[in-house]
Design a protein around this ligand. Structure first.
Ligand SMILES: Cc1ncc(COP(=O)(O)O)c(C=O)c1O
Length: 371
């Protein structure tokens, strides 16, 4: 990780000019501005400090020397394994370089000059920025008082425009708040005509609540729903760039026309290996994350610091004043927190790292908080 950061530090923020910026690129821009300390604790891009599972590392090592070949003949099987892991057929998924690529494709295809991109403010910026770059109308609705997405407002907006693409990030980045199964059900049942629902489940594996569910069953039922998933988060493979969209075959067929649908064989082998032990990997990583997340919320609670109840591998802390102060001061003290997320100007987004990283976070955060 430090090598990559060092490389980006050398070339400055120039890397952040891509059409769609993955989280790391947004985060990198903010961190580089803040100055880089040695041994920085990186809590700015919602990465997983565990990195790829051991089985994936072994699978990647095994294929490296054969990576001079395209391996195209293997991809049908690889995509079958990925689809099966979600109870889907291969024609119900399309892969991409991270979920960023499939999100981009979905925005491109399912919005138009008259079909807006509809979401909440704030949400993950990537898809919204793609819509803006493409000149598509963007409608952002306010969050409810409890920071959850107002599904009824989003449906109203789609109805008003006679159709659109509703982007629902669940759990939402940056708030770490979730959309309940009840709200999700309501939205799918009440999707206006000509409207596609794009559910971004980058962080769904970290949710620890019985009243929240994945939207994947709606894909299986053939609804107008696309689910975006990534191997960057719970699987710790952000730098390997693998994600996929799951949807009805006719939607996937359209998306496939705009996608290469080829990923690196090294990344593909890593994914297949991880899926072979999926239940254990997800369970162990989630359990570890939930404990560290609980420790942090308990620590904040003891000190009377407010926060949004977290459901992902990051959380929003209400610092009670403009969070810019934390964002600029903390990197010089060895901890890089998240970037600003207007209009939540008093909130600091912090990724959940290892126990040791969070100990350092608490020390530095508290110094800045006490002033
Ligand atoms: C909500 C959300 N969706 C999608 C992505 C894209 O990640 P990737 O392209 O690595 O899958 C991110 C990155 O952090 C994210 O936060």
């Amino acid at each position: 990780m430090s090598t990559r950061r060092g490389f980006f530090a050398q070339i400055g923020a120039a890397a952040a000019v891509a059409r769609v910026l993955p989280e790391a690129a947004y985060a990198q821009r903010a961190a580089v501005k803040g100055g880089l300390a040695k041994d920085m604790v990186w809590l700015n891009a919602n990465e997983n400090p565990a990195g790829p599972p051991q089985v994936s590392l072994e699978a990647m090592r095994a294929v490296l020397s054969a990576s001079g070949r395209y391996h195209y003949n293997e991809f049908a099987d690889i995509y079958s394994v990925m689809a099966q892991a979600e109870g889907l057929k291969p024609e119900q998924i399309v892969t991409g370089a991270g979920s960023s690529e499939v999100l981009h494709t979905a925005v491109d295809l399912f919005t138009s000059p008259t079909r807006p991109f509809i979401s909440v403010n704030p949400a993950y910026e990537g898809p919204r920025d793609v819509a803006r770059t493409l000149g598509r109308p963007v409608v952002l609705t306010n969050l409810r008082d409890d920071y959850t997405a107002d599904v009824r407002k989003m449906a109203e907006e789609a109805d008003r425009a006679h159709g659109g693409l509703i982007y629902l990030c669940n759990p939402n980045n940056p708030t770490s708040a979730v959309t309940s199964a009840e709200d999700l059900d309501w939205l799918v049942r009440n999707l206006p005509a000509n409207t596609t629902l794009l559910v971004d489940e980058a962080y769904i594996h970290f949710v620890d609540r019985p009243d929240v569910k994945s939207a994947m069953p709606y894909v299986q039922q053939g609804k107008n729903v696309i689910v975006a998933r990534t191997f960057s988060k719970i699987y710790g493979m952000a730098g390997l760039r693998v994600g996929f969209a799951a949807a009805r075959p006719d939607l996937i067929e359209q998306m496939s026309k705009l996608s290469l649908n080829v990923i690196s064989i090294v990344s593909a082998r890593a994914v297949v290996a991880a899926l072979g032990d999926r239940d254990n990997i997800v369970r162990e990583r989630k359990t570890g994350l939930v404990k560290i997340r609980r420790d942090l919320t308990a620590w904040l609670r003891e000190r009377g610091v407010k926060f949004i109840e977290p459901n992902a591998n990051f959380m929003m802390i209400d610092v009670g004043r403009d969070a810019h102060e934390f964002i600029t001061k903390m990197p010089a003290m060895g901890v890089a927190p998240g970037r600003p997320f207007p209009p939540l100007d008093n909130m600091l987004r912090v990724s959940i790292g290892t126990e040791a990283e969070m100990a350092k976070f608490r020390e530095v955060f508290w110094k800045v908080y006490k002033g």
